[in-house]
Structures are given as structure tokens and as C-alpha cells.
Design a protein around this ligand. Structure first.
Ligand SMILES: *[C@@H]1O[C@H](CO)[C@@H](O)[C@H](O)[C@H]1NC(C)=O
Ligand SMILES: *[C@@H]1O[C@H](CO)[C@@H](O)[C@H](O)[C@H]1NC(C)=O
Ligand SMILES: *[C@@H]1O[C@H](CO)[C@@H](O)[C@H](O)[C@H]1NC(C)=O
Ligand SMILES: *[C@@H]1O[C@H](CO)[C@@H](O)[C@H](O)[C@H]1NC(C)=O
Length: 464
């Protein structure tokens, strides 16, 4: 009897759904539930695990001095194209373009043109302001960082990251430069993501993708469209695409959650913009792509989580310090870090070891090389991002993901660490890699946490 009532209820709700076309919350999240492809894990378990066990610890760790200062070169020229964008930061920065500077002649000749032009200029100034990186550090901090560097150089690292040693590299305080809405959008932003998806995701050239990611091929009869080609790929290459898509989704969750809602002369008000979120993730508005993007976000979460679980022996057995020159604090941070890694290891539904990255044969080696090259290329594409704050977070997150992959591909070396010589370990991470790994995971973890907020905001807007 109970069962029957349930059945009727179910039927009634689904009929209501058919009539109303589904609620707003439902349209973003209906497919974002249950088990994920290519792994034996479900979204609900991840949500609970992240929001309760991971997120608070991770936030605390990332606020510490060791993790908040990231060294990055934001001045590399774009190696792939010269930009001609109207709102290029170069032009804006050199020549502040206020509406009053628009020549009178232009103003009077066509009202519409002027209105458009001045709006463009306003948007351009706004994007420049919001996209700027605050690179201010106190003299004290600067000095401390010099000390850290000396310490890091003394402990013989075997692999240098070219960027880190460039004279153009500078430390940036990540807490002063939160990832949020910057106004960076339009064709220039699309171009970045398109060259990543088109030319750096193992995609066959025959598959077409629209330039504007918010517009989809109405000619997609099978409803699968862009995603169809993925089926022909090996599981690792498919994984690669999904990681990139997950990264993209995470960035968009952040922009929607830290949207510039209001601004006046004494403050800026940041917060959730539900309609921005819907534009990017609603099933109908994105022709089915939105929920897939969110699933890819969870997939990315799992990959980075697994890397953290795998890297535990490195931090546990090496004489590794989170060196900042303050012994008591460094000790506490190391303890917190190990706690977090043990939590990561305790996650019950990690990937099946044998399906991804685990091979030791020729094919796996080739795959590893392919991944490395493609990843390197993607970090170079980040040098083409005009908005500096987006460039900063783009670089940090690709480096973090690259470090996660490095860990997953080095599984054997890390497992053997307790038994190998401490002075010449076969696996090492630089400070920059460590900072990017944890901060990148911090972004994804925050995104998963934000999805909970959007879920409840959307249900609220349903009942209004
Ligand atoms: C950068 O951050 C510092 C510290 O919060 C602040 O005093 C300074 O005004 C900021 N600079 C800019 C350009 O926003
Ligand atoms: C690197 O990316 C650029 C820009 O998308 C592309 O033209 C080039 O073919 C890529 N190179 C490799 C080796 O993947
Ligand atoms: C929220 O985002 C939409 C675009 O998706 C924009 O039109 C709207 O103005 C934003 N709302 C606020 C309060 O800024
Ligand atoms: C390390 O050495 C110990 C004792 O020699 C051995 O029992 C253990 O299996 C080794 N561990 C690894 C990961 O090789």
C-alpha cells in the first residue's frame, strides 16, 4: 500500500514536471546525481565528503603563509597569436579611455554609435579594473620569501620549472586576489577555451564546435553533438577532455558565485548571481551541456583527490618541511596537511586503480608523454589570457592539475619512497608545484561547496 502511494506520488510529480517543464533547480541538477561515468562513484557521496571533511580543513591550510604566496610569471608573451582585441588590456592601460575623450565629431554623428562606443569603453575599463592583479607585498613578506627561496634551493631539487626562475616571475598573494567575476568575456575569452578544446584535447579535427560556447548547433539531431567523438577515445584521453571541461566549469561556478552585483563609490558588493549560473549550466539554456559540465567538475574533483591520496607517502616519509621560517607554525601546518591527506585517502570510492594511468608498458609511456606535451601547451595558452587575474588563476589551476597528473603517473616511485634513499628521492615536488596542487584543489572543492548554495538558491527561486 505504501509502495502504491509512493508510485502515485511519483507519477503525479512527473506529470507536473512535464507540464511545467521542470523547475529551475531540477534543470541544472537533474543529471548531476548518481554514479559518474568511468568510475564507481556518486555525486552525493562526494558532496557530503567534500563539504564536511575536506572543505573546512583545506580552507584553513590555504590561508596559511606557505600556501598563499604563489610565484608566477604573468608577463610571458602569448606564443600563438598577436591580439587585436579592442579591449586589450595593453590599450586600456596605456590610454585610459573615458567617454569624454571620444571625439566630439563621433559623438554627434551618430547617437547610437556613441552610446555603443561609450558602453564598450565602460566595459573595457571595468574589465581592466577587475582583472588587475594586486601584487603588493609588504617588505617583511618580501624578505621572508627570499629566505624561503634560499631554503628551497639548498634542498636539492632536481627539476626546475622554467617559469619560476625567470626574472619576470613574481610572488602574488592569492588571498588578495580571489578568483571571481572580472568582466573578461566575449570573443577573446572564447578563443582561449576554443584553442584548448579544439587543438589540445585529442579531438579529431572533423568535429566542429561553435566559437561561442553559449550557442549550440541546432543541427544536432542526436542530442549528443559535440560529445559524440569522445566515445572513440581511450579512457585516458576521454579523461583528459573531461578534466579540462571540469576546470572550465569550476571557473564558471566561481564567476557566478562571486559576481559583482553592485558597486558604488565606497564599496563593491559580490555575491551569487543565479541567472549567470543558469546561463552556463541550465540544461535547457545550454542544450544539455550544462549538467555534463557539472559532472566533469566532479570528475576533476575525484582525479585531484586521488592524487592527494597517492602523494601521502611523499609528505609522510620525506624530511619535507612546509618551510616559512616559523617553526611552530610550520609544524602545525605540516600536521594539518597530513591530516588532510589522510582524509583524502579515506575516501571510500576512489578510482579503480587499474583503469587509469596505471600501465607500465610502452603505450602508457607514450600516453604520459602526450599528456605532458599537451599540458605544457595548455599552460602556454594561459599566457594568451588578457585578463591578468584570469591568467593568474588559469596558470595556477593548470599547474595544479599538471602536478596531480604527475603524481598519478609516478605512483610506483612514490609507493617505493619509504624504502628509497632520502637524499636522492626519485620523486620530488617543488614548492610551486605543491602550492598550485593544493590551491587548485581548493578551487574545485570550493566549487563543489558552491553547488550546494546554488542548489538551494535555485529551489528558493522555484518556490517564489
Ligand atoms: C592591494 O592590497 C593591499 C592590501 O590589502 C591594499 O592596501 C591595496 O590598496 C591594494 N591595491 C590595489 C591596487 O587594489
Ligand atoms: C599548442 O596549442 C596551439 C594553440 O591552440 C596549437 O596551434 C598547437 O598545435 C598546439 N601544439 C601542440 C604540440 O599541441
Ligand atoms: C546576473 O547575470 C546576468 C547575466 O547572466 C546579468 O544580466 C545580470 O545583470 C546579473 N545580475 C546582477 C545583479 O548583476
Ligand atoms: C620496503 O621494505 C620493507 C622491508 O625491507 C618491505 O617489507 C616492504 O614491502 C617494502 N615496501 C615497498 C613499497 O617496497
Amino acid at each position: 500500500m505504501k509502495f502504491f502511494i509512493l508510485l502515485v506520488l511519483l507519477l503525479v510529480t512527473s506529470i507536473i514536471h512535464m507540464i511545467t517543464g521542470g523547475s529551475a533547480a531540477h534543470r541544472c541538477f537533474c543529471q548531476v546525481t548518481g554514479t559518474l561515468d568511468d568510475c564507481a562513484c556518486d555525486v552525493e557521496t562526494i558532496d557530503k565528503f567534500n563539504n564536511r571533511d575536506v572543505f573546512p580543513k583545506l580552507q584553513k591550510l590555504l590561508a596559511s603563509d606557505y600556501f598563499r604566496f604563489y610565484k608566477v610569471n604573468l608577463n610571458n608573451p602569448c606564443p600563438f597569436w598577436t591580439d587585436h582585441s579592442q579591449c586589450g588590456l595593453k590599450y586600456c592601460a596605456v590610454k585610459p579611455c573615458t567617454p569624454s575623450e571620444v571625439p566630439e565629431g563621433l559623438k554627434s554623428s551618430s547617437y547610437k554609435y556613441t552610446a555603443e562606443a561609450s558602453q564598450e569603453i565602460e566595459e573595457c575599463e571595468m574589465a581592466e579594473k577587475l582583472g588587475a592583479v594586486n601584487s603588493s607585498l609588504s617588505d617583511e613578506t618580501r624578505q621572508a620569501l627570499q629566505e624561503w627561496k634560499k631554503h628551497d634551493d639548498d634542498s636539492d631539487r632536481f627539476c626546475m620549472l622554467d617559469d619560476e626562475d625567470s626574472p619576470d616571475s613574481q610572488y602574488v598573494d592569492l588571498l588578495l586576489n580571489p578568483e571571481r567575476f572580472t568582466g573578461y568575456k566575449g570573443p577573446e575569452a572564447w578563443r582561449i577555451w576554443n584553442s584548448i578544446y579544439e587543438e589540445n584535447c585529442f579531438k579529431p579535427y572533423s568535429v566542429k564546435r561553435p566559437l561561442n560556447p553559449l550557442v549550440f548547433n541546432s543541427g544536432d539531431i542526436d542530442g549528443q553533438g559535440f560529445y559524440h567523438w569522445l566515445e572513440g577515445l581511450c579512457v585516458e584521453k576521454r579523461a583528459f577532455f573531461r578534466l579540462i571541461s571540469g576546470l572550465h566549469a569550476s571557473i564558471n561556478v566561481h564567476l557566478s558565485a562571486r559576481y559583482l552585483l553592485d558597486e558604488n563609490w565606497f564599496e563593491m558588493k559580490w555575491g551569487h548571481n543565479v541567472s549567470e549560473f543558469q546561463v552556463r549550466f541550465d540544461e535547457e539554456l545550454t542544450k544539455g551541456e550544462g549538467p555534463k559540465r557539472l559532472r566533469n567538475l566532479y570528475f576533476l574533483y575525484l582525479i585531484e583527490l586521488r592524487a592527494l591520496a597517492k602523494v601521502l607517502p611523499y609528505f609522510e616519509f620525506s624530511s619535507f618541511h612546509l618551510y616559512t621560517g616559523q617553526p611552530a607554525q610550520d609544524f602545525e601546518n605540516k600536521k594539518l596537511l597530513l591530516e588532510l591527506l589522510h582524509v583524502a585517502k579515506s575516501f571510500p570510492l576512489h578510482f579503480d586503480e587499474t583503469t587509469l594511468f596505471a600501465g607500465n608498458n610502452k603505450e602508457a609511456m607514450k600516453l604520459k608523454e602526450d599528456f605532458k606535451l599537451t599540458f605544457k601547451n595548455i599552460s602556454r595558452i594561459m599566457d594568451c589570457v588578457e585578463c591578468f587575474k584570469c591568467r593568474l588563476w588559469g596558470k595556477l589551476q593548470t599547474q595544479g592539475l599538471g602536478t596531480a597528473l604527475k603524481i598519478l603517473f609516478s605512483e610506483r616511485q612514490i609507493e617505493a619512497m619509504p624504502n628509497t634513499s632520502k637524499t636522492n628521492p626519485s620523486f620530488q615536488l617543488s614548492r610551486q608545484e605543491i602550492v598550485s596542487l593544493f590551491n587548485a584543489f581548493g578551487r574545485i572543492s570550493t566549487s563543489v561547496r558552491e553547488l550546494k548554495n546554488f542548489r538551494s538558491l535555485l529551489s528558493k527561486s522555484d518556490s517564489d
